[in-house]
Write a protein that binds this ligand. Structure first.
Ligand SMILES: [Zn+2]
Length: 326
């Protein structure tokens, strides 16, 4: 089986387009709320960055985006639980069909599952919103500092909404670079910024979609294992554990590569990442494709050893030169 394309990746990839579309359409709707008119021009002219940002309807963006992605994330989490846990249980259960039936009736009706997804979706969306508000403030500050006319400033602000600070800065810098060069008309500059910002928005959307779909699918795995354990369908911590799987694509990721060295850990423990953060399940960073497997204790009382992962070595030091003889 291709370790870059496990069933968990297929589940994540199947829902990723819905997350991408929900993000883009809600960002576009939010962009329409960029205030226009004399008051905003006045605020921009006075350098009142907060007034401009505060006029945007971030709250509505958050609500609509959460509303759009919650059922999608729930679908991924449930599908992951169903597909993978069923497969894992095959090794243990005598009557597989009855067992998987019982587990899935249970997780579907279990409030924990839905509440995890709701909480997760809300946290994710607030973060996206907070990071973008920061990006917008930063860009407005740059625009007012350089005395950009309000009509142009409005267009640039609009194209930064929805992006995080790094991406927003890239758009802002691109605008200032073109404008400062003095080689283009205002219309040419704005058209070029618009095209570039569109590319950046699509990249941002893709990252959110990839990461959140994997995160939800992994959460579904873990929740299903935990619930199966509560139901007495799996053994306790001494018999069953979770193990971090780094996809070969990510072998050199300094955040993920060291994790499997921890070995299998109890379901409720947290994995320690290469950057010192701790998580209950992957993902570990934007675009992370890691997942987990369930491992059972062997007859010798030990858990199977994780597949070896090439550790992150960083750059090799330069080779010493041959010394000339004296
Ligand atoms: Zn990873």
């Amino acid at each position: 089986m291709d370790p870059n394309n496990l069933p968990i990746h297929q589940i994540a990839d199947a829902i990723a387009p819905s997350i991408r579309k929900a993000f883009i359409s809600n960002v576009r709707r939010l962009r329409l709320t960029v205030p226009r008119g004399p008051e905003v021009r006045d605020a921009l002219a006075r350098g009142n960055t907060l007034a401009v940002s505060a006029a945007l309807n971030w709250r509505e963006f958050e609500n609509k985006f959460v509303f759009a992605i919650t059922p999608v994330l729930l679908r991924a989490a449930l599908a992951a639980g169903e597909t993978i846990a069923a497969k894992d249980h095959l090794q243990k259960a005598d009557d597989v069909e009855t067992l998987t039936d019982r587990v899935f009736r249970f997780i579907r009706d279990h409030p924990f599952f839905t509440s995890w997804v709701l909480a997760h979706a809300a946290i994710f969306v607030r973060r996206v919103s907070a990071l973008s508000q920061q990006a917008v403030l930063e860009v407005i500050a740059g625009l007012t500092e350089r005395g950009v006319p309000p009509a142009q400033a409005e267009a640039v602000i609009r194209s930064v909404i929805g992006l995080n600070a790094k991406y927003g800065r890239a758009v802002g810098n691109y605008y200032h670079g073109l404008r400062d060069s003095g080689q283009y008309t205002d219309a040419q500059v704005l058209a070029a910024v618009d095209t570039y910002a569109e590319r950046v928005l699509r990249l941002q959307a893709r990252t959110h979609a990839r990461t959140q779909s994997m995160d939800a699918a992994n959460a579904g795995l873990l929740a299903t294992w935990q619930m199966a354990r509560e139901q007495g369908l799996l053994g306790d911590d001494s018999q069953v554990r979770k193990d971090w799987l780094v996809t070969p694509d990510e072998r050199l990721c300094p955040i993920c590569a060291p994790v499997p060295a921890m070995g299998p850990i109890p379901l409720d423990w947290k994995f320690v990442l290469g950057n010192g953060d701790t998580v209950l399940h992957p993902t570990a960073h934007p675009n992370c494709r890691c997942t987990m497997r369930l491992v059972f204790v062997g007859k010798d009382g030990r858990f199977p050893v994780s597949p070896p992962v090439q550790p992150f070595k960083g750059k090799e030091p330069p080779k010493p030169r041959n010394l000339k003889p004296l």
